[in-house]
Design a protein around this ligand. Structure first.
Ligand code: HEC
Length: 171
């Protein structure tokens, strides 16, 4: 008996299975790699919407720091009295902090209003006792302070009219 005769004969079925098995594993790996890259591409670029895709690309390649061009010659947008109040004066006058006349409190405002609008404006601009000049915000211009004084005093019972342009001399 020769050695050959002890080896079992490979059946066609085994050949088919071995071939399939050999192809299946690398095929699966390739399939997964392809799916993965499609997934990544999809999460990065929206091919369906070119405008969106463009924006996404621009967002990714835009420089870290952006240069904001500020036109210094552009006219400053004056805040209304209400806006100034909400931005600055409210800090004290909404709660009556430091003994300030509380917004809308007519009894508290009456003795202040009695001084007259020009005096109140001067006090608001330059400071008065614990009331800081311009409410502590030097970036407010005269007109804005004047408007805020009228806004607050009127809410406290006065009938002042805020000027359209600054009346007090610029300090
Ligand atoms: C840090 C707190 C504080 C802020 C902020 C503040 N005020 Fe006053 N304000 C006071 C105090 C305190 C008084 C009361 C002064 C007094 O009569 O003793 C006062 C009083 C006033 C008076 C009455 C002055 C007078 O002569 O009777 C006016 C008008 C006024 N504030 C306007 C403003 C305006 C306008 C703003 C915002 C731009 C502002 N205040 C922001 C604290 C503040």
């Amino acid at each position: 008996m020769s050695e050959h005769s002890t080896m079992t004969k490979t059946t066609p079925m085994q050949v088919i299975l071995a071939t399939l098995g050999g192809l299946l594993t690398p095929g699966l790996v390739i399939f997964m790699i392809v799916m993965r890259s499609i997934g990544i591409a999809h999460s990065h670029i929206n091919y369906v919407n070119p405008a969106l895709a463009n924006r996404m690309v621009m967002a990714r390649i835009k420089p870290v720091a952006e240069l904001k061009v500020v036109d210094l010659s552009a006219a400053k947008v004056e805040m209304t009295g209400q806006q100034v109040f909400q931005a600055v004066c409210t800090a004290c006058h909404s709660v009556g902090a430091l003994g300030s006349p509380k917004f809308g409190d007519k009894a508290a405002w009456a003795p202040h209003i009695a001084k007259g609008y020009p005096t109140l404006v001067q006090h608001a601009l330059n400071g008065f006792k614990k009331m800081p000049a311009r409410g502590g915000d030097p970036s407010l211009d005269n007109l804005e302070v004047e408007r805020a004084v009228a806004y607050m005093a009127d809410a406290g019972g006065a009938n002042f009219k805020a000027p359209d342009s600054a009346t007090a001399p610029v300090k």
